[in-house]
Design a protein around this ligand. Structure first.
Ligand code: HEM
Length: 412
């Protein structure tokens, strides 16, 4: 491990913050014949995403053992395209309406558990709820014992940065889920009660993928559960944190909620809430870096020739903290997004190119609906606002596990 890798492993955010305004917006992480470089200049990113289908996606050393070697996150070519063709349509547009009642019900019972005076860890609460929701969508069912065991495994793996580091450095990698949990995940995918579960097209043996073997099915189930809940949970937690600690924003969102009977699913009805979410995704992007891209041939970039095989990693956090794109980048200012059409330069919470997040619409829908329901039903107070600092869980940037909210009143 070299000096940069060590700094990124030990104190990633202060190290990254010190580099956000570097003129070339490139940071060498590793040298050698196949260098690894973080990139965040908007032109570099645009060019990378434009030619994404020609690039290789070699995966991530940290997430690889978790999600498995056959995860669609590092599939390439026809197999990757086939996964997107099958899994993409149910995750966007009108098809999302089929999830509204499921999100409403899961959220209502999570809020029911919060009585007046309850003090709860925000990040863990949103993680439990987001996992419950995504399991119902992916598997067609949410077996609480199975989800608890998935949570225990992920917490053991990612819950403490020191432990994660020790696994990587001293034990040769993060702990795998194990044959027993894998078998239960595959069985749950195959026995889901909902015929339109997200994984159901993978079970038919028809279509562009053909029969999907159990080990590959396991990797997609874990990938979808993981990518679909750590991210959404983190963004929901940040949204609730800001709405709890900034009464001006909370009042503005509450007034737009009072003006509608809607459940928050329609972004046009809640523009301030949507702007708060967009800004939370900017300031604390749940995924700090997008997937690695490997160059098939040598390329000239900012006066340097990068050899074939160079791995370029789009650095979402760094792009979001570049003052050229976002003046006063550390300030929380949803006004940047209010009334704005189109995506600002340097804004990429969902990555880009052929790997653009498959669940971006679902994730934002969940955040809006959960936040709207919480704000309508509970008055919250942040017990320890100074714990509202970002912590990395793997690549996911969540609020510190110490951050707690108190239910001041119930409005049921
Ligand atoms: C706020 C919530 C979310 C954020 C911020 C987020 C962010 C991301 C990012 C940055 C990537 C990598 C893109 C790239 O490398 O260019 C990604 C990929 C992916 N996300 Fe999300 N995500 C969210 C929610 C979800 C949800 C709810 C699901 C599914 C249920 C999901 C499924 C996926 C999948 C399958 C990929 C891999 C796409 C591919 O490789 O083709 N995500 N996401």
């Amino acid at each position: 491990m070299n000096r940069v890798e060590l700094a990124l492993a030990v104190a990633p955010l202060p190290f990254l913050d010190a580099h956000a305004d570097d003129p070339a917006a490139m940071l060498d992480v590793r040298g050698g014949p196949a260098p690894k470089i973080l990139v965040w200049h908007h032109e570099t990113l645009a060019s990378l995403f434009r030619q994404d289908s020609r690039l290789r996606h070699p995966g991530s050393r940290s997430l690889g053992p978790l999600l498995g070697p056959k995860s669609m996150l590092w599939a390439d070519g026809a197999r990757h395209a086939a996964y997107r063709k099958l899994l993409g349509p149910p995750l966007r547009g009108r098809r999302l309406e089929t999830y509204h009642s499921l999100i409403t019900q899961a959220t209502a019972s999570a809020i029911d558990s919060l009585g007046t005076g309850a003090v709860f860890g925000l990040a863990a609460w949103t993680r439990r709820l987001a996992l419950d929701i995504v399991a119902r969508i992916v598997l067609g069912d949410a077996d609480p014992v199975l989800l608890r065991d998935v949570t225990v495994w992920l917490d053991r793996t990612l819950g403490s940065r020191h432990r994660t580091l020790a696994y990587r450095l001293l034990r040769g990698g993060l702990p795998v889920s194990g044959a027993e949990l894998d078998a239960r995940l595959v069985a749950a995918a195959k026995s889901g009660r909902e015929p339109r579960s997200l994984v159901s097209p993978l079970l038919t043996g028809n279509g562009p993928l053909g029969p999907v073997p159990d080990d590959e099915l396991r990797d997609q189930v874990v990938s979808l559960l993981f990518a679909g809940h750590e991210t959404t949970a983190s963004a929901t937690a940040w949204t609730l944190y800001w709405l709890t600690t900034r009464p001006d924003l909370r009042d503005a969102v509450l007034s737009e909620l009072e003006a509608t009977t809607g459940d928050g699913s329609d972004p046009a009805e809640v523009p301030v809430l949507q702007a708060v979410i967009a800004e939370a995704l900017r300031l604390h992007p749940p995924v700090e870096v997008a997937g690695n891209r490997a160059l098939p041939e040598a390329v000239d970039l900012h006066g340097r020739t990068l050899p074939a095989g160079t791995v370029l990693t789009p650095a979402i956090y760094l792009a979001h903290h570049r003052s050229e794109y976002f003046p006063s980048p550390h300030a929380f200012d949803p006004g940047r997004f209010l009334g704005r059409r189109g995506v600002p330069e340097g804004y990429l919470p969902f990555g880009g190119g052929t790997r653009f997040c498959l669940g971006s619409q679902l994730g934002q829908l969940e955040i809006r609906m959960i936040t709207a329901a919480v704000l309508r039903r509970r008055v919250l107070r942040c017990v320890n606002p100074r714990a509202g600092v970002a912590k990395l869980r793997g690549h996911a940037m969540a609020p510190s596990a110490r951050l707690r909210l108190e239910v001041v009143a119930c409005r049921d």
